[in-house]
Ligand binder design. Structure first.
Ligand code: GDP
Length: 330
């Protein structure tokens, strides 16, 4: 699943493709004038074939994991049906352009040599104009494919620990501390910030851990439509949530605001572990407010310092226990 988008073969955009061929034309020579012009059109046809290969290399959109489907729709601002339509348009336009080129190759073969160069230029022009007519669609698809390739790091099939909480609470620090290697940086269409994706192992089981900048870090009421959709995409990851509170004096969000974000996160209907972070720089007033709410709501919690690595082992134990309840780990 992880590499489905890696296989996409991205071609140049329409104007670039035409330019590449225009630069190539003078370099293509032949034994006769006819031969030369035929070779030129064949070379253009091979280049256009890259659009057909591009469409073929796309993973079947209907078979994609719902996480990817939703992520693609968010980025594209179009639904899967419209994207499929664009793929079909690209394929058809390229095929038509190739057919035109074949037709002109036939004419060059048939007619007198004095017509060859003119026919080559006509064929080239007509094929280019077919592509140009569908340029918006083709170029847009190429941009989409480039974004999809960058989305490779999150594997929706893996058991996932989603680290949530207000901005600056220490989410990415925690991802780094509980991952066995250096987390990768993934760009996702639904957030302007980079998502950190790390991994650790429970025996043979690979577990993925991600933070959620710009997604699960503000109250629902302030979220725009894209963010709400992004939350839906996250819902499609199999996983548990670790929710962080920042109780240091430097906290960017007040305890009340952080509690509101927790309330929204609880609606994700995922199993959740609550951790109070920055316990090394705890501000008593903030800490007391958070504790009061958690106790009142009968919510269990653990205290950590992601940076100073306090309480991380205990948090990890809780994570393992919850994951073991959720998945059949081997
Ligand atoms: P994110 O925006 O939630 O991903 O937060 P970051 O992981 O980027 O951390 C924000 C800031 O908090 C950084 O300057 C971290 O060094 C700091 N930080 C993270 N965890 C702790 C902690 O346990 N204690 C203290 N004192 N600072 C921390």
């Amino acid at each position: 699943m992880l590499n489905v988008f890696q296989k996409i073969k991205c071609p140049p955009k329409v104007e670039d493709l035409i330019k590449i061929e225009l630069n190539q034309l003078p370099k293509i020579q032949g034994n006769t004038i006819k031969d030369r012009e035929i070779r030129r059109l064949k070379s253009y046809s091979d280049l256009i074939q890259r659009y057909i290969d591009f469409v073929k290399s796309f993973p079947r959109l209907d078979d994609l994991h719902p996480f990817y489907k939703e992520s693609i729709e968010i980025y594209a601002g179009k639904n899967i049906g419209e994207i499929k339509n664009c793929l079909a348009i690209t394929s058809r336009a390229s095929l038509n352009a190739i057919i035109i080129l074949k037709k002109y190759i036939g004419l060059i073969k048939k007619l007198d040599e004095s017509n060859s160069n003119k026919l080559m230029r006509q064929g080239f022009g007509r094929a280019s104009s077919i592509l140009r007519q569908k340029k918006d669609c083709i170029d847009w698809l190429i941009d989409l494919a480039k974004t999809l390739r960058k989305m490779k790091y999150i594997d929706p099939e893996l058991p996932t620990v989603i680290v949530a909480g207000a901005p600056n609470v220490g989410k990415s620090t925690l991802v780094t501390k509980i991952s066995s290697g250096k987390p990768e940086i993934a760009n996702y269409p639904f957030t302007t910030r980079d998502i950190h994706v790390g991994h650790f192992y429970i025996r043979e089981n690979q577990i993925q851990v991600i933070d959620t900048p710009g997604i699960l870090d503000r109250p629902n009421s302030q979220r725009n439509q894209i963010e709400r959709k992004a939350i839906n995409a996250l819902k499609n990851l199999k996983g548990i949530v670790v929710f962080l509170f920042d109780v240091s004096k430097q906290a960017l969000y007040s305890p009340e605001e952080q509690i509101n974000i927790l309330k929204d996160t609880l609606t994700l209907s995922k199993k959740i572990i609550i951790a109070i972070n920055k316990i090394d720089e705890m501000h008593k007033e903030y800490y007391d407010k958070v504790i009061e709410y958690l106790n009142k709501s009968n919510l269990d919690f653990t205290e950590i310092s992601a940076e100073k690595e306090i309480g991380i082992d205990k948090l990890k134990e809780k994570i393992l226990k919850l994951l073991a309840e959720e998945y059949e780990l081997i």
